[in-house]
Design a protein around this ligand. Structure first.
Ligand code: 13P
Length: 281
């Protein structure tokens, strides 16, 4: 199955019965675990890495590996740059063959965010790649960046942003935040419904870690088509590797590598089942 574009996967979601999971990976083992999960469930997959994590996993090295993993996968797999902030990183992601990039201009004014996102869209279209934008502001911190407060997406701004930039996917803020929640978040499903009623491009939910199964189902039933999961995978892998070292102190490097693949796969399968992805490849 070929490497596919983000829009191919998201535009397939027409009946609000499922959403495509987009899973952050930081090494070969996580990418292998994600592909294994998707193949076992016969589910479409998005592999992504955020600019904030590149100091641990340089894009020049991990990027081609992600593209290779997608090309080898037996299910349709898109490769996406998550939270791109600089044109240099976005250009590099496109050069190594990512099929989509996110430009996160949420810290700018609406006007500047639109201008910068349009420039990214023009660059990406030269590669035949898709673009995800963000309007409003998802809270918390992605990677090593400073934590930011949630700024709920305004319906009028979402419409204007989507129309003027022509983005292929739009991340909105409806009460979620990146990382582990200190208290259970309250999602603004009414706002999601209002945005989904008037914005034509697929909507993206960031900050998936820590939401309940009911939250996920409520979001996808009301118009979310892409759901991002990062922290839950990192935490689950760390937990299983620590447990392995406790129960099998003689574990060698390859045991740890194998555990990482298995833990990534387990967490991703868990989320794919909640997102209704079984047999949606
Ligand atoms: P979590 O780390 O909260 O799962 O968020 C993932 C995300 O939205 C990546 O952009």
């Amino acid at each position: 199955m070929p490497l596919v574009k983000l829009s191919e996967l998201l535009n397939d979601v027409t009946d609000n019965t499922y959403a495509v999971g987009s899973f952050n990976v930081s090494n070969m083992e996580m990418a292998m675990g994600a592909v294994q999960a998707a193949e076992e469930l016969n589910a479409p997959l998005i592999l992504q890495i955020a600019e904030g994590r590149l100091k641990y996993s340089p894009l020049e090295i991990l990027g081609p590996m992600m593209v290779a993993a997608a090309r080898q996968a037996k299910v349709p797999t898109a490769v996406h740059l998550d939270h791109g902030f600089t044109l240099e990183t976005i250009q590099l992601a496109l050069d190594v063959g990512f099929t989509s990039v996110m430009f996160d201009g949420s810290k700018y004014s609406l006007k500047e965010n639109i201008e910068k996102t349009k420039a990214v869209k023009a660059l990406a279209s030269r590669y035949g790649a898709d673009v995800e934008g963000e309007i409003g502001r998802v809270g918390g911190a992605e990677g090593d960046y400073k934590s930011v407060d949630i700024l709920l997406t305004s319906v009028a701004e979402a419409v204007q942003f989507a129309e003027e930039t022509g983005v292929d996917a739009l991340a909105i803020a409806i009460g979620t935040a990146h990382g582990n929640y200190k208290e259970q978040p309250k999602l603004n499903i009414e706002r999601l419904k209002e945005i989904a009623a008037v914005v034509k491009c697929p909507l993206v939910l960031h900050g998936g870690t820590g939401l309940t199964d009911a939250d996920f189902k409520n979001c996808l039933a009301n118009g979310i088509k892409k759901i991002n999961i990062a922290t839950a995978s990192y935490d689950h892998i760390a937990k299983r590797v620590k447990l392995l070292l406790k129960t099998k102190p003689e574990a060698n490097y390859f045991d740890l590598s194998h555990e990482t693949v298995a833990a990534a796969c387990e967490n991703i399968e868990h989320h794919m089942l909640i997102f209704g992805l079984k047999d949606k490849a």
